[in-house]
Ligand binder design. Structure first.
Ligand code: C2E
Ligand code: MG
Ligand code: MG
Ligand code: MG
Length: 281
């Protein structure tokens, strides 16, 4: 009986696996050169200072407007782009586009905001990231401090020396560095302090249960205390209601981001945030 169940599992796995492979092949084919064909777009989500609730920046989040399937989530195509080695090229477009947009807004007189960009594991490893960032800043005449590079906790653990080198170079350039999805990886405290990290972003899975869930509350408090001990800022992502925002502000979280304040939106809509004409939310 046990054996037969095992065989069914194998079968199920294989079918799912085949589906995944087909999905990757079909998506991968169209993904190649998509940025060059104008199918990629950056959305911007507001980031707020917790105490004052003032806008301090935006996180750039990529969307793919696939002519065949419509808007595709980065959760489904970034892993494929990584697997196909397309990420360094796509990353170059992302950095360039985010900096172009930041300059356009600065040219309109808005200069008190930062842009956060997500970089994937492959971009960190590729060796070209620092030059790409330096070049995009230079071309657009942007101060490096207007840019924050977000990487996930798990990409920190891969090829440690190489990543440390890349982060040190970014730091020397003057950009900020944030650790995304914090709490979902396995980095130790001792480990963290060896990297030039400015900010920890509490993963949204720990924000969800706030303020009622005692475990989430304990985790959030611990991350805030730890980050401040290490002289880092703390941001919370996935803030969806006022009770979460209030709790996070009370425990000393520095920055807030989430649907409660604003969803990722097109650049044109983000501009309204800058001019203060949008109430947000
Ligand atoms: P992330 O960097 O952790 O981004 C946060 C994700 O949570 C975004 O999903 C955002 O739309 C979503 N989010 C924001 N506020 C809320 C909220 O209040 N509730 C909920 N439920 N979700 C919220 P998105 O845009 O689908 O991006 C998913 C992930 O894809 C990102 O996670 C990031 O890891 C990756 N990604 C997105 N854009 C890029 C990019 O330009 N380059 C790279 N390398 N990765 C990217
Ligand atoms: Mg992020
Ligand atoms: Mg995150
Ligand atoms: Mg994430």
């Amino acid at each position: 009986r046990v054996k037969r169940q095992g065989r069914d599992d194998t079968c199920l796995f294989t079918r799912q696996h085949m589906k995944d492979v087909e999905h990757r092949l079909s998506i991968g084919h169209r993904l190649r050169g998509a940025a060059g064909r104008g199918e990629m777009e950056l959305f911007y989500q507001p980031q707020l200072h917790a105490g004052s609730r003032e806008l301090i920046g935006f996180e750039a989040l990529i969307r793919w407007n696939d002519p065949e399937r419509g808007r595709v989530s980065p959760l489904s195509f970034i892993p494929v782009a990584e697997a196909l080695g397309l990420m360094p090229e796509l990353g170059r477009w992302i950095v360039g586009e985010a900096c172009r947009q930041a300059k356009a807004w600065r040219d309109e007189g808005f200069d008190a905001f930062a842009i956060s960009i997500n970089v994937s594991m492959q971009e960190l490893q590729s060796g070209g990231l620092v030059a790409q960032v330096a070049d995009a800043l230079d071309r657009n005449g942007l101060p490096p401090s207007a840019l924050c590079i977000e990487l996930t906790e798990s990409s920190l653990m891969e090829n440690v020396e190489r990543v440390r080198g890349t982060l040190s170079e970014l730091k020397a350039l003057g950009t900020h560095i944030a650790l995304d999805d914090f709490g979902t990886g396995y980095s130790s405290l001792a480990y963290l302090k060896h990297f030039p990290i400015d900010k920890l972003k509490i993963d949204q899975s720990f924000v969800k249960g706030l303020p009622g869930d005692v475990n989430d509350a304990a985790i959030a408090r611990t991350i805030v205390a730890m980050a401040h001990q290490l002289e880092m800022l703390v941001s919370a992502e996935g803030v969806e209601n006022d009770a979460q925002a209030t709790f996070l502000t009370e425990i000393g979280c520095d920055e807030l981001q989430g649907y409660h304040f604003g969803r990722p939106c097109r650049a044109g809509h983000a501009r309204a945030w800058l001019s203060g004409t949008s109430a947000g939310g």
